[in-house]
Design a protein around this ligand. Structure first.
Ligand SMILES: O=C(O)c1ccccc1NCC(=O)[C@H](O)[C@H](O)COP(=O)(O)O
Length: 217
């Protein structure tokens, strides 16, 4: 089975169609965040989600950590998965599972130090998928993704080796470094936003090169 490809920061139905036609397995739709270049309004997320076929995973990226706000956010947008980009309390997962039994939950870990390995292990029994990114939730204005920066892949590799659930790798990936990233970290999937864009728009040439590099790996 090949490495799954998530194309993130989709900002229109047209971009969603380009990503789907190119062979993306997952589309990411980024809601309002404290910072970042890829965010869109909830009504646009809902509009884009309507054209994504059910066999494709549509990730709503939410910064919310209160379970009832997260549930309301998913219901307002209609995606089939939720990517939690900030640290969500363990108890919140029980409420999310009880209320959203058919929705996959993806927990983001921002890889900042070896402590990220412990953090990832804590979510192993709660989330369906772990996604390793390069933000910094400790800044005054939180950075929760879309940084275009790589993090320490040594730590990511150790997380992949430690946890028993699928792990996506994100952060500064592009058509040039994607093969090295897959070979080194061995993630279940890869997640790309800025690396397949030119002047903020999804670039079909970069996207094609990235997908070819992953599929020929
Ligand atoms: O893109 C954003 O503006 C953003 C802001 C806050 C949280 C997440 C955000 N994007 C989400 C993603 O999952 C990106 O694909 C991921 O962070 C990788 O981005 P990049 O390093 O640009 O490939």
């Amino acid at each position: 089975m090949g490495t799954k490809i998530k194309i993130c920061c989709i900002s229109s139905q047209q971009e969603a169609q380009i990503a789907l036609d190119s062979g993306a397995d997952v589309l990411g739709l980024v809601a309002k965040m404290p910072s970042g270049p890829g965010t869109i309004a909830d009504d646009l997320i809902q509009e884009i989600a309507t054209i994504i076929p059910p066999h494709i995973d549509s990730f709503l990226l939410t910064p919310k950590t209160d379970p009832y706000e997260i549930i309301a956010h998913q219901r307002a947008t209609g995606t089939n998965c939720i990517q939690l980009v900030d640290a969500v309390p363990v108890e919140a997962y029980r409420v999310l599972r009880a209320n959203l039994p058919n929705i996959k939950l993806i927990q983001v870990i921002h890889v900042t130090s070896e402590e990220s390995i412990i953090e990832a292990s804590m979510y192993e029994s709660l989330a369906d998928i772990i996604l390793l990114d390069s933000g910094n939730p400790n800044l005054v204005v939180k950075e929760l993704g879309g940084t275009g920066r790589k993090h320490d892949w040594d730590i990511s590799k150790r997380i992949v080796e430690t946890v028993s659930i699928p792990v996506f790798l994100a952060g500064g990936l592009n058509p040039e470094n994607i093969r090295e990233a897959i070979a080194f970290v061995k993630p279940y999937g890869v997640d790309i936003c800025s690396g397949v864009r030119t002047d903020g728009k999804l670039d079909p040439k970069k996207l094609g090169r990235l997908i070819q590099a992953v599929n020929n790996y």
